[in-house]
Design a protein around this ligand. Structure first.
Ligand code: NAD
Length: 435
């Protein structure tokens, strides 16, 4: 099938590449000429495991092309995906300017009937606005789908190739049949394509992210309680997760959730509720718990550094909002580091993949090191912010030797408190109570 993808970010690029992998001829566009030029040379501007290999293979096979010529790209596709950004506005509602502008472009270049698919996360009613924006530029008939994306950064390629489910809201049999054909290779093992009305599909994405966020905030709140009463949140988690009604996913306490999705989608859902006269109290509380959690490690770090933290040094392991990605959007490491810098603490940080992105945020205000042990050398604390694999079983004796004061603040509960104390560390996990 001839496919066009507008937007070559984390979602657009993965969508375009994975659709090319199953034989479709895909043209992928972006406004960012630099991004497109890199992609044309098989340089993938984001870190996503397995993606570079697929981009190269599909470009070589002629199934995947990148261009800034959005007009030609739109004319190419029988199916046109909108995968542009939907950041949140100051009010919390989704900023749809990129989506509406992409829709207007589609309207201007509508050379034949097409299926227009919204992959961007956008609130209920957005498809109607997209339809209007397209219709302003064309009389050619078209069909619409809302096809929210559930991939997780760090496993995006495998999530796309083997989705738990595909959700498709559609307005016609034409749209439904086209999407069924396009997604058939990805649901061969029986994972379902769930067809529904467009409003329900739009809301499903927000509902799923709000549920995931609620599980994290729930565990963070529970961790706070565990610390007070001397219980170990990981034991409580084990006990809860064995209940099949609860399950084990997304039940890890930590430094607060981040990334480009959960924080903004929860805010947008609350705004949708508010503007439809539904009390958003539950959604607001999930977000508020997270905001507090994002300050926890800073408070603890400053307390560990003593009354005069200025000039003391801290090593930070992990900057990305989670392991497996180079993405720093809404990463809890950012407010942590900004808080430390505001207290004139010297910060040395390591991240296996996100160092370049960190450089553009912090510049020379922090020292980025390529060897994690250089981050702790002569420092007064080590703070773990991201659960990267190489941090899981490091050389603790070496860390102890390198630190001036043996504080470890483990935002991801990677280590066993008892073992840490045996090594001589002053160790704090999240909700590990008296463990
Ligand atoms: P991103 O910022 O990485 O990429 C968006 C890209 O769209 C940018 O490169 C931008 O230059 C480009 N763009 C903007 N307007 C354009 C236009 N008119 N034509 C062509 N390109 C245009 O964003 P992302 O992380 O890929 O997210 C995209 C959407 O998918 C958002 O709505 C997001 O909420 C949703 N989503 C993201 C994830 C994720 O894990 N990142 C997962 C599921 C859904």
């Amino acid at each position: 099938m001839r496919v066009t993808v507008l937007g070559s970010g984390y979602v657009g690029l993965v969508t375009a590449t994975c659709l090319a992998e199953t034989g479709n001829t895909v043209v992928c566009t972006d406004l960012d000429a630099n991004k497109i030029s890199k992609l044309q040379q098989n340089e993938v501007p984001i870190y996503e495991p397995g993606l570079t290999h697929l981009v190269r293979g599909n470009q070589l096979a002629g199934r995947l092309r990148f261009t800034t010529d959005s007009g030609a790209a739109i004319k190419h596709g029988k199916v046109v995906f909108i995968a542009v950004g939907t950041p949140h506005e100051r009010t919390g509602s989704a900023d749809l300017s990129q989506v509406i502008s992409a829709a207007s472009q589609i309207g201007c270049h509508m050379n034949e009937s097409k299926v227009i698919v919204t992959k961007s996360t956008a609130p209920v009613g957005t498809s109607t606005r997209i339809r209007q924006a397209i219709e302003a530029g064309t009389n050619v008939p078209f069909w619409m789908c809302s096809n929210p994306e559930f991939l997780s950064q760090g496993s995006a390629v495998s999530d796309f190739m083997k989705p738990d489910r595909v959700v498709v809201g559609h307005d016609s049999d034409e749209a439904r049949e086209t999407m069924a054909e396009l997604y058939a290779p990805y649901v061969r093992t029986g994972n379902p394509i769930l067809f529904m009305d467009i409003a329900s599909a739009e809301l499903t994405k927000y509902a799923a992210n709000a549920m995931l966020a609620s599980r994290i905030s729930f565990m963070n709140k529970l961790a706070e309680l565990c610390d007070r009463v001397g219980a170990d949140v990981l034991e409580v988690r084990r006990g809860m997760a064995a209940d099949h009604r609860i399950g084990s996913a997304f039940l890890f306490p930590g430094p607060g959730y981040g990334g480009s999705c959960l924080p903004k989608d929860l805010k947008a859902l609350a705004e949708t509720a508010r503007s439809n006269d539904v009390n958003p109290d539950l959604f607001d509380v999930i977000g508020a718990v997270n905001e507090r959690q994002r300050t926890l490690l800073l408070t603890r770090a400053l307390a560990a550094l003593g009354p005069d933290p200025a000039g003391r040094a801290v090593g930070v392991w992990g900057l990305a909002f989670k392991a497996g990605t180079d993405d720093l959007r809404e990463s809890p490491a950012i407010p942590l580091i900004e808080g430390l810098l505001a207290a004139n603490v010297v910060v040395r940080a390591h991240d296996p993949k996100a160092a370049d992105n960190a450089l553009s945020i912090f510049g020379d205000r922090i020292t980025l090191v390529s060897d994690p042990y250089d981050a702790v050398r002569g420092g007064d604390a080590l703070i773990i912010m991201t659960e990267w694999l190489p941090y899981r079983t490091p050389d603790f004796e070496r860390i102890h030797r390198l630190l001036r004061t043996p504080n470890i603040l483990d935002g991801r509960n990677l280590y066993e408190p008892k073992r840490m104390r045996q090594y001589g560390f002053i160790y704090q996990g999240i909700g590990r109570g008296k463990a």
